[in-house]
Design a protein around this ligand. Structure first.
Ligand code: CU
Length: 171
């Protein structure tokens, strides 16, 4: 009898184990041909803020391609932008005609670099919300990403309790 019960426990154990053990929180990934779009996200915006930006990491496992344009319903206009440092050393955003995705290379759209600019937001981007962003690629065609809105400041967060002395002047 005892043996039988143990057996049952073991069976139940193996049945439930995969469901209970969560897989590592994998970043949202979409695929289109040889392209992989990893972890699309946008920064939350404050009320009254007119523009926002979206980011994604793109792994190109194949031939060179390029993003020709992007479309979204959250804003009136969508542009492809990068940052460029001018002669005075000031970083400015400029529109680019396309975002190059060289063969077998990972290209990252990220704060301070390449990004999808959302101009004329219909309403603020709220943390936790998601919205579709369509990218039109020269060779791979179209892909629609599920963009997650995240809270976050422009500056990397300062770890709590670390070096109070450094706080005051650095911001
Ligand atoms: Cu921009």
């Amino acid at each position: 009898m005892i043996d039988r019960r143990r057996c049952l426990f073991l069976v139940l154990g193996t049945l439930t184990a995969p469901a209970v053990a969560p897989t590592l929180a994998a970043a949202e990934t979409s695929k289109k041909g040889a392209l992989e779009f990893v972890d699309p996200w946008a920064r939350a915006t404050a009320p009254g803020q007119r523009n926002g930006a979206a980011y994604v990491k793109i792994r190109n496992h194949g031939e060179a391609d390029r993003i020709l344009r992007a479309e979204a319903t959250v804003s009136r206009k969508v542009e492809l932008h990068t940052h460029q440092v001018d002669a005075q050393g000031v970083a400015r955003m400029i529109e680019v005609p396309a975002i190059e995705l060289p063969a077998h290379t990972t290209t990252e759209l990220k704060p301070g670099g390449l990004h999808v600019m959302l101009i004329g937001l219909e309403e603020p981007l709220q943390a936790g919300r998601r919205f579709p962003l369509k990218l039109i690629l020269e060779k791979a065609g179209e892909v629609t990403l599920d963009v997650e809105v995240r809270a976050g400041s422009r500056v990397a967060p300062v770890p709590h309790g670390a070096g109070h002395g450094a706080h005051g002047t650095s911001h």
